[in-house]
Design a protein around this ligand. Sequence first.
Ligand code: AMO
Length: 428
Amino acid sequence: MSRISIADLGDLKGGENITISGWAQEIKILKSVTFIILRDSTGVCQVTIKGEPNLIEKASTLTRESVIMITGTFKKDGISKSAPEIACTGLTLLNPAGTPLPLGITDPVEADFETRFNNRILDLRKPKNNIIFRAKSSILWGIRKLMTDEGFVEVQTPKIVSSATEGGAEVFRVKYHEKDAFLNQSPQLYKEMLISAGIPKVFEVGPAFRAEEHNTNRHLNEFTSIDIEMAFSNDDDAMQMLELCVYQGITELMDKMGKELETLGYKIVVPKKPFPRMEYTEGIKILEENNVKFNFGDDFSSEHLKIIGSKMDGFYFITGWPEQVRPFYTMQRDDDQRFTKSFDLQYKELEITSGAQRVHDPNVLIKRLKEKGLNPENFEYYVSAFRYGMPPHAGWGLGLERLTQIALNIHNIREVTLFPRDRTRVTP
Ligand code: AMO
């Protein structure tokens, strides 16, 4: 079936015979003329049927959102000002849509959230929602390109694992033959092990699972984690690579889709590098200046981060986190062990990345595991990778959904997730 897209019509001179397929968005039967508004993933066009009783008959039985194929002549200067026009000579119904539609694609009043996400495939047909996933793909492509150019190897690590990495309570347990296993919260341990395996720069884009009970606009139970790990590197090297990644991802989006996104109401702003850096202790000072009581060693809550973030413009790092709030694999500062060589990348109150230089001495790692109340025996497969020559290394994990949220200025993380998994939703 030879087929062109609606966007391709812009390249035609007029008068060509064409075949085009898509969804019948609207059908209007008037006295002297019948119109079908046809939509595909690239736009809408107007199909005009005049004086062809057979075609008018077929059009009159069409239901909205049926899939059709139109043959006809492209009219350069048709009557429609807003959409390209095709004078129809043939109409084939490829698959009818049932009625009533649970949700209208062009209805001016937005359906409620539950209806939208219960009928997500229809919700995704709306151009403003559909474009989000091309944008997400474009951001990821920008990052993938950069990482590959920088010599990183893209890897795939297990998602069914035997130990939790980021906190025991937030892990999904799965039955694995005779044993219990977990869904991976992060590729953390495996990406570090690969440094010892002689792959000095690794990156991975994959699902991460968190059994968090939160019901917020920034938490999912399954999200896409972009992870990197670099050998012979410290926290500063990792931060510089992160800055570059965020910049490249958003630049790719701007270059490829900036104009198109703007027509749908999204405004893309490419961030300026370098991103400002603030120490954890400076964050505490800001809170105290705002009369907020805060105990050293606590994590900042989203309310705290709202206050701190209001002082910052765009992306910024918070560095030098106390060891209490960072995982066992995080390296402590040489000069003051209360602090770690770690960082978060923030955008206002939203955390989009955590990273650090890691412990590379197996004895320190075992000590840190114990201090965090974890049993080193459960991590032996990981610790053993440190026993035979593990280089110093650093890396980070970046949430692709949160980065997409920020790039498009979208409030709820579910909007940038095709089929979100949250506290109450596991279908569709
Ligand atoms: P962390 O647990 O901070 O660090 O996660 C890294 C980034 O992943 C995203 N993220 C989430 N996105 C949506 N829903 C969630 N429930 C969720 N949880 C986390 C955020 C966050 O900044 N192993 C470390 C990374 C490292 O040090 O390399 C880790 O996973 O954007």
